[in-house]
Design a binder for this molecule. Sequence first.
Ligand code: 1GP
Length: 249
Amino acid sequence: MPKNVLQTLIKRKQEGIKSFALLIDPDKFDDEIGKRFLEMPNFAQVDFIFVGGSLITGSTFNQTVQWLKTNTDKPIIIFPGSNMHIDTSADAILFLSLISGRNPDFLIGQQIVAAPILKRSNLEILPTGYMLVESGRQTTVSYISNTTPIPADKPEVAACTAMAGEMLGLKLIYADAGSGAENPISSKMISMIRKSVDAPIIIGGGINTPKKASQALKAGADVIVVGNALEKDASLLPGILQKVEEMNR
Ligand code: 1GP
């Protein structure tokens, strides 16, 4: 997998090739868990590793990035919860603007603080419109960001939000039901977002079975992100990767 992430995603989207991102929460990561993932039969099919979370309570963020850099050749992409989550030895960072919310700190404030550090780094900056979608119960990310997610039954709101994000120049759209979401984003919403923007679409939150992975991909996700379910049961990985592979045949 080439490490120019944005170009890779744009090209893959044009060719209809789907990708899989494994989300690692540094708070729940150690050598053992890392090795377990690496030993999964089709781990080679993991396209990207996202590292982060909206709330990181421990001090293992940099160690986790280092471990992954040392032990895999996958592009390591930071998925930051705040401007404290920067490690310049990763490959890229999702430079998120929380466009579903109305909290100026997460729309532009955190980004201003991070910008000079990122400018000096070699990290690839991935300008990303981040949209939270309501998923059954409040998620950590909506609580921490103090924003109201897009109602799950308002796909047109999600579509217009994505459209506006793209018009503002954001290169990726990440629609997220939140980590461990009760319900993933509906196929209807994903397909409306798909029809509304050209940008590659990343979908995550609550994808905890191969079937849900397949539904998100079929509805138009270019990248699916899975974290929580694999933390609980790494053996789900081969089944989910198989769905991605089936779409790419
Ligand atoms: C969360 O999109 C990610 O921000 C992934 O969600 O942990 O539920 O897979 P899960």
